[in-house]
Ligand binder design. Structure first.
Ligand SMILES: Nc1nc2c(ncn2[C@@H]2O[C@H](COP(=O)(O)OP(=O)(O)O)[C@@H](O)[C@H]2O)c(=O)[nH]1
Ligand SMILES: [Mg+2]
Length: 686
C-alpha cells in the first residue's frame, strides 16, 4: 500500500475464551488476504500467532501475538490474545492498543467466563465491540438459542449483522440485503431491526426515514453506524467458521468498511501530569488525536525480552508519525533514543518499515529504558504523559521457588526480573524473614507456563513449594522480666542486665520502644544495643518464628559493670529479656484473612459455598454477575494454597476467583499448637 493514511488503518483484538478459535481465525484471515501462502493449524503447531515452542506444545496461546494484513484498501492490525483467565493480563493490555474488540464465541460451548469478562473490560474501555460466533461448521449446534443467550446477557444492542445460510456453508449479510435465504430468522426482519437501530443515532436521518420509509444509502448510514458502535448502542453479531472459511469474506468486508478507523473509535484517554494531594496538582485528562502531522504519542502495551533481539517494546501509535531514524523519548526520561530499526510484526517475524502512522502497531528493539505501559513521544512538551491506567487482576496465586542448582540464585533473580517486565500480572516477592522467593500469578496455569519458559528458554530448573503463609505473632497481656547476661571466659568478661515490660498495642499500631531508665542504670551509650536486641527478638518471632507486631517495650531498669559492661552484652540481654517477657504475655499467632470473590456457573454454587465453610471460611454474600453466580466471602489465606485446582474440579474449569487482603485474625488453638511445634526453638547458644 503506497501512502497509508490513518483512515485506512483498523486495529482489532481477537478476545474471548480459550479454544474459541481466535488463533485459527487469525490464521484464516491472513491466508484469505494473501498475507501468508498457506493456512497453518493449531494441531500441527504451524500457526503464525502461536509461534512460541511452548504454545505449540500446549496447543493454546500464552501471549498476545500481533499480525497485520491488507483487505479492501485498508491495513488491519490484529492482536490475537490468549483466552484462558490465567493469561488475562496479556488480553487486557491488548485492549489498550485497539479500537475494536472482536469477541469470539465458540458456537459449541456458548458464552464462557472470558467472554463475559472481555465484553465487560472492552466496554469499560470504550472499545467498539463485535461478537463473532465461530465454529459454525460443527454439528448439533443451536445457533438461534445462542443468539437469544447473547442478547439476554449482553443486551438487545447485540444485533445480527449476518446470518448463516445454505446449511452454514456461508452467511448472508443483512445490512445491505433485505431478502434472501438464511438458516434461521428472516433476513428481512434482521435487516429492518438493524436499520431502525442505526437511524436512531441521527435525527435528520430518522425523520427522513420515517417520512419516506426508504432505506438510507450506505454512505448515509456510515456515520450513525460508527456512532452507535462507539456508544455501545450496537454490538454486531457475525458468524464464521475459521475452518471452512464460511463468513470470512463478510467479516473482512466489515473490517474494511464498518470497523472504526482511529478517528472513528473512542480516542484513548491520556493523562498529563500526576494528581498530588500535597501540592494540589491535578492531572489533566485529554485525548490523543490520530493526526499524522502532530507530535508523536505511542503507548507500549507489550514488552518482550527476546534472546536475539533483546528488549522489544511493542507499541501502538496514537498520534503523529513514528519514523525510522527519529529521536524518541521514553516517558519522563531526559535522554532520547534513536529509532535505528522500526518494525511491524507478523507473529514471531519482524518486518522493517520506514514509518508508522496513527493506529498502527509496531516495535522497536534494544531500548533498555522501555518498560511496559510507558509512553514514547518526540518532544519534552509531552513529558509526564500516561495512558489511563489499565486495571489488572491482582496476582495472588503463589509458589515459593528455589534453584535446583546451587549458585544459580543470581541468574534466577535476573530471569524473574525479565519475566515480570513482560507480564503485568506476574510478580516476584522476596521474604527476608522466611528467605523465600515467591512468584505470583493469576492461577496455576499461569505459574506453570512461567516455570516451563524458564526451563526451556533459560535452561533454569526450579524446585517449588507452596509459599509460607505470612503469619504474625502478638501478645494479649502485659509482662515484665529482668535478664542478666553474664559471661566470664578467661580474661575479659561480658555483663549486661536489662529490665523491661511488654504490653499489647492496638492491631496495626506497630512497635514502640520506650526508655525510662533513670540514673544511668543502663548507660545511654548502651541503649541502642538494647533496642537492637529487642527488635531482633521481635523480628525473629518468639513462639512460632513469625514477627511479633503491635507491642510496646518499655525498658525501665538495668545494671552495668565498669569493666565487663559491653554492647554485645546489652544486645543479648535486651533480646533475651524480650523473648522471656513475650512468652509470659499470653502470646498468640495471627493469620491473614482474605476477601475472596468467586465467579462460577450457578449450578456450582452449593458446592462452592460448602467448600468455603469447610475451610474455616464464611460466605458474606451471593449474587448474579453477568449471568454467573458471584460468591463473596472471607477465608484464611492458609486454606487457599490449592484453591485453583479445587475450583477447577468443582466447576469443570468454568470458575475464577480473586483475592484481596482483609485483616489479621488469631489462628485456632490447634493451628497455633501445630505452628509452635514446627518452630525449632532457637537455642540459648550464646
Ligand atoms: N470445527 C472447527 N474447529 C475450529 C474452528 N476454529 C478453531 N477450531 C479448532 O478449535 C481449537 C482451538 O482453536 P484455537 O485457534 O487455538 O482457539 P483460541 O484458543 O481461541 O486461539 C483448535 O483445535 C482448532 O483447530 C472452526 O471454525 N471449526
Ligand atoms: Mg489462541
Amino acid at each position: 500500500m503506497a501512502s497509508l493514511k490513518p483512515e485506512n488503518i483498523r486495529t482489532v483484538a481477537l478476545v474471548g475464551h480459550g479454544a474459541a478459535g481466535k488463533t485459527t481465525l487469525a490464521e484464516a484471515l491472513l491466508a484469505a488476504t494473501g498475507a501468508i501462502k498457506a493456512k497453518g493449524s493449531i494441531e500441527k503447531g504451524s500457526t503464525v500467532c502461536d509461534a512460541d515452542p511452548l504454545e505449540k506444545e500446549l496447543g493454546h496461546s500464552l501471549v498476545t501475538s500481533l499480525v497485520s494484513f491488507e483487505t479492501g484498501g485498508v491495513r488491519v492490525h490484529l492482536a490475537d490474545t490468549p483466552g484462558y483467565p490465567d493469561f488475562a493480563g496479556q488480553a487486557i493490555s491488548a485492549l489498550a492498543a485497539v479500537d475494536t474488540a472482536l469477541v469470539v464465541i465458540n458456537a459449541q460451548t456458548g458464552i464462557e467466563l472470558s467472554t463475559e469478562r472481555m465484553m465487560k473490560w472492552a466496554g469499560e474501555r470504550g472499545l467498539c465491540r463485535m461478537i463473532v460466533v465461530n465454529k459454525i461448521d460443527c454439528e448439533n449446534l443451536d445457533l438461534p438459542k445462542l443468539v437469544g443467550e447473547i442478547r439476554e446477557r449482553f443486551g438487545r444492542e447485540c444485533m445480527l449483522l449476518d446470518l448463516p445460510a445454505h446449511d452454514r456453508q456461508d452467511v448472508v449479510e443483512v445490512l445491505g440485503h433485505d431478502s434472501g435465504d438464511a438458516d434461521f430468522e428472516s433476513v428481512a426482519a434482521a435487516h429492518r431491526a438493524l436499520i431502525d437501530q442505526i437511524v436512531e443515532e441521527d435525527e435528520d436521518l430518522l425523520a427522513q426515514y420515517l417520512e419516506d420509509g426508504a432505506d438510507p444509502s450506505p454512505e448515509a448510514l456510515h456515520a450513525p453506524f460508527e456512532k452507535a458502535l462507539r456508544a455501545g448502542h450496537l454490538i454486531p453479531i457475525l458468524f464464521v467458521s475459521a475452518k471452512t472459511g464460511a463468513g470470512l469474506p463478510e467479516l473482512l468486508d466489515v473490517l474494511a468498511k464498518l470497523a472504526p478507523n482511529p478517528a472513528e473509535g473512542n480516542p484513548p484517554p491520556f493523562w498529563r501530569g500526576r494528581s498530588d494531594v500535597d501540592s494540589g496538582e491535578v492531572a489533566e485528562a485529554f485525548h490523543a488525536e490520530p493526526d499524522a502531522e502532530k507530535h508523536v504519542l505511542a503507548h507500549v502495551f507489550k514488552v518482550v525480552v527476546d534472546p536475539y533481539m533483546g528488549k522489544v517494546g511493542v507499541f501502538r501509535v496514537h498520534q503523529g508519525t513514528v519514523n525510522k531514524d527519529q529521536q524518541l523519548f521514553v516517558g519522563d526520561g531526559r535522554k532520547p533514543f534513536k529509532v535505528a530499526h522500526l518494525y511491524r510484526l507478523q507473529g514471531a517475524e519482524t518486518i522493517e518499515v520506514e514509518a508508522l502512522v496513527p493506529g498502527e502497531i509496531g516495535a522497536v528493539a534494544k531500548v533498555e529504558e522501555i518498560a511496559f505501559d510507558c509512553v514514547l513521544h518526540d518532544s519534552h512538551d509531552e513529558d509526564h504523559i500516561h495512558l489511563k491506567a489499565l486495571e489488572f487482576p491482582l496476582p495472588m496465586a503463589g509458589l515459593a521457588v528455589e534453584t535446583k542448582k546451587k549458585g544459580d540464585e543470581q541468574r534466577l533473580f535476573d530471569i524473574l526480573g525479565k519475566l515480570s517486565m513482560e507480564d503485568p500480572s506476574f510478580t516476584v516477592e522476596r521474604h527476608p524473614t522466611t528467605n523465600e522467593t515467591v512468584i505470583r500469578g493469576l492461577g496455576d496455569m499461569h505459574l506453570k507456563a512461567k516455570l516451563a519458559k524458564m526451563a526451556q528458554q533459560y535452561k533454569l530448573e526450579l524446585d517449588t513449594k507452596p509459599p509460607r503463609i505470612p503469619y504474625r505473632e502478638t501478645i494479649t497481656g502485659a509482662a515484665e522480666t529482668t535478664y542478666r547476661h553474664k559471661k566470664q571466659s578467661g580474661g575479659a568478661g561480658q555483663f549486661g542486665e536489662v529490665a523491661l515490660k511488654v504490653e499489647p498495642r492496638e492491631r496495626g499500631a506497630g512497635f514502640e520502644f520506650v526508655d525510662v531508665v533513670k540514673g544511668g542504670a543502663i548507660p545511654g551509650s548502651f541503649m541502642p544495643a538494647v533496642e537492637k536486641g529487642v527488635r531482633q527478638a521481635l523480628a525473629d518471632g518468639v513462639i512460632a518464628g513469625f514477627p511479633v507486631e503491635d507491642v510496646r517495650v518499655t525498658v525501665f531498669d538495668g545494671k552495668t559493670h565498669s569493666v565487663d559492661g559491653k554492647e554485645v552484652a546489652f544486645f543479648t540481654a535486651g533480646r533475651k529479656a524480650t523473648m522471656a517477657a513475650i512468652r509470659e504475655a499470653r502470646p498468640i499467632v495471627l493469620e491473614p484473612i482474605v476477601e475472596i470473590e468467586i465467579l462460577a456457573p450457578g449450578h456450582a454454587m452449593g458446592d462452592l459455598t460448602g467448600d468455603l465453610s469447610g475451610k474455616r471460611g464464611h460466605v458474606t454474600g451471593t449474587g448474579q454477575r453477568g449471568g454467573l453466580a458471584a460468591i463473596s466471602g472471607q477465608v484464611p489465606l492458609a486454606e487457599l494454597n490449592d484453591y485453583q485446582s479445587r475450583l477447577k474440579s468443582l466447576t469443570g474449569g468454568q470458575g475464577s476467583y480473586s483475592l484481596a487482603f482483609s485483616h489479621y485474625a488469631p489462628v485456632p488453638p490447634a493451628v497455633q499448637q501445630l505452628l509452635m511445634g514446627q518452630h525449632k526453638v532457637r537455642d540459648d547458644e550464646e
